[in-house]
Design a protein around this ligand. Structure first.
Ligand SMILES: C[S@@+](CC[C@H](N)C(=O)[O-])C[C@H]1O[C@@H](n2cnc3c(N)ncnc32)[C@H](O)[C@@H]1O
Length: 286
């Protein structure tokens, strides 16, 4: 029998992202360079266009929220939501600094979109967020409900561990150090929607049609492996969550091994961390 406690997992998720909020925001330019091209594909597939009303679920510090807000223009709007109120503060501040008056932020659990009326958005987007939800079906059903007929959902997730060494190598090292069992199927985690057919099925079972899944090669390019280590150490809430059961010495031992392993992705031209994303979209049937 599974001992997974979804409520406890979400409380830890919120805490970890509250703490990592400042760092995730600080690494915004890296996120933009790394995830920007896939984000544009997601916007295209989800039909985010001038005048669109967009809901961003698990928006984080809002790097993609602001990109969406620029795309939809002053006749459109973006509501950025996240389980962490602390991380959304960065989104709200950046929107204000950028003079974007079409961005709103709201701290809500992406599995419970009941605060939004039926059919109130043209597009719903979620970038590397859905993977961390214990009940993805409930989240996708909520997205379907708040979309207008013909509206599109767009999501970005990591594909398989084999194609995402920049993240799967640290994850497996931490798992071993922390004595964590491999995740059971259906449990939240970085690669939980990445195996062939899983995301497509989740969208279809939730009621979406015209489903499209695109693989996008998105290597994480940084000057050195040490920069990648710092990026993950400072801002990857999921890794912190997995490390939380270790004491300081145990955490250090895990990070030391990760530092060495990430060194294998160092090339003469710099650090090239393998990353493959799936960009998915589906339509709310009319
Ligand atoms: C890897 S970050 C991605 C943030 C942003 N979409 C981006 O790409 O920069 C994952 C985000 O998912 C959020 N998250 C995790 N579980 C959530 C849930 N149940 N409801 C809403 N947000 C959640 C976290 O708080 C965090 O901000």
């Amino acid at each position: 029998m599974s001992t997974f406690d979804a409520a406890k997992f979400k409380a830890t998720t919120r805490n970890q992202w509250d703490s990592a909020a400042g760092a995730w925001h600080r690494w915004g330019p890296t996120l933009s360079a790394w995830l920007g091209p896939a984000t544009e594909v997601m916007f295209d597939l989800a039909g985010v266009a001038t005048g669109s009303r967009v809901l961003d679920v698990a928006a984080g510090a809002g790097e993609q929220t602001l990109a969406a807000a620029r795309r939809v223009g002053s006749n459109g709007s973006v509501v950025a939501t996240d389980i962490s109120a602390a991380i959304l503060e960065h989104c709200a501040r950046d929107a204000s600094i950028a003079g974007l008056t079409n961005v709103e932020t709201l701290a809500v659990d992406g599995e419970d979109l009941s605060t939004f009326p039926n059919s109130s958005f043209d597009a719903v987007i979620s970038r590397v967020g859905l993977i961390y939800f214990p009940d993805r079906h409930r989240a996708l059903r909520g997205m379907l409900r708040v979309l207008r007929s013909g509206g599109r959902v767009g999501a970005i997730v990591y594909s398989t561990p084999e194609n995402n060494g920049f993240f799967s190598v640290p994850v497996s090292i931490i798992r071993r150090h922390a004595g964590l069992a491999p995740p059971e199927p259906g449990m939240p985690g970085p690669f939980s929607l990445g195996s062939p057919g899983v995301l497509e099925k989740a969208l279809s079972v939730a009621g979406f049609t015209e489903i499209v899944i695109r693989k996008v090669d998105a290597p994480l390019l940084l000057p050195t492996a040490a920069d990648c280590l710092r990026f993950e150490q400072e801002s990857f809430g999921a890794l912190h969550q997995m490390l939380s059961g270790l004491d300081a010495a145990g955490k250090k031992a895990a990070w030391d091994e990760i530092a060495e392993a990430l060194g294998n992705f160092q090339t003469a031209a710099g650090f090239e961390g393998p990353c493959e994303l799936l960009v998915a979209a589906g339509t709310k049937p009319v």
